[in-house]
Design a protein around this ligand. Sequence first.
Ligand SMILES: [Zn+2]
Length: 429
Amino acid sequence: MSSKGEHQTVPLSVLLKRELASEKVESPEISHGQASQSKKGEDFIFIKTECQRVAGDGVSTYSVFALFDGHNGSAAAIYSKENLLNNVLAAVPSDLNRDEWVAALPRALVAGFVKTDKDLQERAQTSGTTVTFMIIERWVITVASVGDSRCILESAEGEIYYLSADHRLECNVEERERITASGGEVGRLNTGGGTEIGPLRCWPGGLCLSRSIGDMDVGEFIVPVPYVKQVKLSTAGGRLIISSDGVWDALSAEAAFDCCRGMPADAAASQIVKEAVQAKGLRDDTTCIVIDMQLPEKPTPSLPPPKKPGKGVFMSMFWKKPSESSSQTEKEYCEPDMVEELFEEGSAMLSERLDSKYPLCNVFKLFMCAVCQVELKPGEGVSIHADISNSGKLRPWDGPFLCSTCQEKKEAMEGKRPSGDGRYSSGSD
Ligand SMILES: [Zn+2]
């Protein structure tokens, strides 16, 4: 259609070939475990495995692991846990092949986070929540996060990767600058006598985080736009940890991996929580999800070939194929052992995050709001690139588009209209 539609120019035969080639790569075997010690009861876990990308085709293709750490109550965390996945999936166009589906995820995650926040706002909930939301499709891991829970990955070779951003004001200069530019104030709690204590907070509201879902009584420049990272793991596998700040206030990433080395996922999650609580005491909700990805064990043939003694008998935590069973295909996909970065974007600007150019040009729906997916009637709809409502004809090349309420939300998030009507709530963290 347009010259922008470069993926449309890929011949179908090539696409099919690509699909076939990737079918050869086995799906990872995913095992997971979770553990939690509760202080306030505001940490929530959402796990959904064996989801079907194409509904009803019986082929399980992806799994979802998410952690919600609520504050000022648990309503926002519970609401997000119950609605976020649906809101993300609603923003993924139908009829995509696997590569397109995976490539559409970063943008769908942004839309789903913002829609969830907007819906929650309409329910007049003052609580808020951090979100660390992971979708695993074959060997591709996509993580979207707001707040200060963290997701880390250790590849089979022992390299550690951070798959989430830390949106604590205390340690994020860029976010402090963004909030100040949008009209918020960043400072410590003033005890009255001029003494300032505690971490940096955003005023009004006193939140320590620059991004979250919910928190409607703080400025709307506390945005729900997630940092998104997408990586592809080699078939050598790896271990993932998602934990709330209760763990990270006590343990480094290295310490978390080290303390549970060799344990299966469920024991590992318990061990990490135990170590964190032992180190610092139970000062906050302390929750951990551990996910192991590895090549599935081959079904044992009826007459197993005799094995050379002492070779390939025991599996390490990261399974590596015994050398005698290696086929050409496996060799090809098992090496090199590396983590390939597919996508990373942390901007708080919706226009950058929902832009039509990347990663796929034509996966937004033309006459739908890019955030809430409502149908736009003629005359409605504002280009994501427009600053002020300029209702007029929708021209495809101006898209994607927002409905009027999502456009209002976008402007509020960018500090272009007063928000929170100046209400000051008690401090929160
Ligand atoms: Zn909308």
